[in-house]
Design a protein around this ligand. Structure first.
Ligand code: KG4
Ligand code: ZN
Length: 477
């Protein structure tokens, strides 16, 4: 809890000063600031009565100076500096200040980054400002209503329970994911009833750890987002109820995000998206080419007529008696494989896909080899399946770009984690701005839901507490 400094905090503050600053400030200074003798204030964050961090701010009419933020040495890098900074910014705003100024050692990269992320701009460099000869940056920011909005997002559409807290500059304050893969692996695939029960068991813990890790007060959250569809109905419900409870209790607007828009917008973690844009969405439940005219307009121009690509990976792995999920396994096996087996290339006109024929061809091949007593070379089979399937994806994406010229091409969904697909995309699309999602955010997570939710928030697209989950929602809706 952050509160005003008290006399008994002084010893601990001075200890942090000693550890954190080459020229620690004396106790008298803090005492006079505490007593308001210089139009200043000292705030202190305490855990169990002990000082974790403190901050000093001085007011000059509509301007203020942030003179100090100190964090206990053993608790650095845990968001306490950011928390204190946010508190000081809010306090100054409430007092009617319009401008905040500070000086920071140019060599203190971590502090400079923190201030930049919080919208401070460098105004000038002061040469030899510090006693050791270091230069200082003069940094400042406006305090008039321009703080980035913060969203708490929940994802629970399939077999991951996840919560993330992300601001509109896409600073990830926390992102927590638990996967049920170990349990589903025993059954060779996701069992919907088991999945929803596990979401129920996990959801409160996951939300709480996301809030704890972000070190944030619910007051600072601007909206609650969740995956409204598509996905498994029972699983979607659990995340929906959690999000609605939070929105109701804390009186926050509620945002229902389309899961695949999450997969698409997580690419903004790499760089801003430029429109019109083509998205190749490849996940466990979807294979779609989506033409995105702007952040509100999505058109499916190609889709699978039967199995999704991720589903095909999972089924082929099962035929090869490999564990669920099959994608990462086949990705690994194929690296050691060579051209040996021949599989027919799926033939579908236009921009649509089909993978069930390919999957059956793998099954027939395995049966035939087994019947003739030939051991299957799993590496070679994984190679043959993967090359055939991925070449279709690349070919159709090329065709789509010919028909719908775009500035940007993004890859999205769990299969975007595939190393060979990433390589093929890099090789094949040199004339367009290609964005591949960060590896750790390819499979389901809540950060992606938060990234998409910021667009909903910008456009004022909210849902009510009564809105139902939509298991087969289209991205065009
Ligand atoms: O997006 P996601 O996490 O869940 C859905 O929204 O469906 O995608 C999961 C799918 C699974 O089918 C999994 O096998 C596949 O993504 N996958 C991969 C790889 N990693 C995950 N497929 C191919 N190569 C990978 N490295
Ligand atoms: Zn997904």
């Amino acid at each position: 809890m952050i509160g005003m400094m008290r006399t008994e905090d002084l010893d601990e503050i001075l200890k942090i000063e000693e550890e954190a600053f080459p020229r620690p400030w004396p106790g008298d200074y803090f005492l006079s600031e505490m007593n308001g003798e210089n139009f200043g204030e000292v705030y202190v964050d305490r855990i169990d009565g002990h000082v974790v961090s403190y901050g000093n701010i001085r007011y000059m009419f509509e301007n203020c100076d942030l003179t100090r933020i100190g964090v206990r040495k053993d608790l650095r890098h845990r968001g306490y500096g950011r928390k204190m900074l946010k508190h000081l910014i809010r306090t100054a705003e409430e007092k009617g200040c319009e401008f905040m100024h500070l000086e920071v050692d140019v060599n203190n990269a971590e502090a400079v980054k923190l201030y930049e992320k919080n919208r401070f701009m460098t105004m000038r460099t002061r040469k030899n400002y510090y006693e050791n000869g270091d230069d200082a940056y003069d940094m400042a920011r406006s305090l008039i209503n321009n703080d980035p909005k913060v969203i708490l997002a929940i994802e629970s559409s399939c077999d991951e329970t996840a919560c993330a807290i992300v601001d509109e500059d896409l600073n990830v304050l926390s992102s927590v994911v638990t996967s049920q893969i170990d349990v589903h692996a025993r059954f060779g695939g996701v069992i919907p009833e088991v999945a929803s029960r596990m979401h129920v068991e996990q959801i409160s813990t996951i939300v709480k750890s996301a809030v704890d890790q972000a070190n944030i007060d619910m007051k600072e959250i601007d909206a609650i987002a969740y995956t409204i569809g598509p996905g498994l109905i029972g699983s979607l419900h659990v995340g929906g109820i959690a999000a609605k409870s939070l929105a109701f209790f804390y009186d926050k607007p509620l945002i229902g995000v389309h899961h695949l828009k999450g997969h698409i917008f997580v690419n903004e973690m790499i760089r801003p998206l430029e429109y019109p844009m083509m998205a190749l969405v490849v996940s466990g439940g979807h294979t779609e080419l989506v033409y995105v005219e702007n952040d509100e307009s999505f058109r499916i121009i190609g889709t699978t007529l039967d199995d999704a690509i991720g589903e095909a990976y999972d089924k082929v792995a099962r035929v090869m008696k490999e564990a669920y999920p099959g994608g990462p396994v086949i990705d690994r096996l194929a690296k050691e494989g060579k051209p040996h087996y021949h599989l027919p290339t799926p033939k579908v006109d236009g921009l649509n896909f089909s993978f069930s024929g390919l999957k059956n061809a793998v099954l027939q091949l395995v049966k035939k080899e087994e019947a003739s007593g030939n051991p299957i070379d799993k590496n070679d089979l994984a190679y043959a399946f993967q090359e055939t399937a991925l070449n279709v994806l690349v070919r159709k994406t090329k065709l789509a770009l010919e028909q719908y010229p775009c500035r940007t091409l993004v890859l999205a969904g769990g299969v975007a984690a595939n190393s060979r697909l990433r390589q093929l995309m890099e090789e094949s699309f040199k004339d367009v701005q290609l964005i591949l999602p960060p590896l750790k955010y390819c499979t389901d997570n809540a950060l992606m839901i938060a990234c998409a939710a910021h667009h909903y928030l910008k456009h004022g697209k909210f849902v009510g507490l009564e809105s139902p989950s939509m298991p087969s929602m289209s991205i065009e809706d």
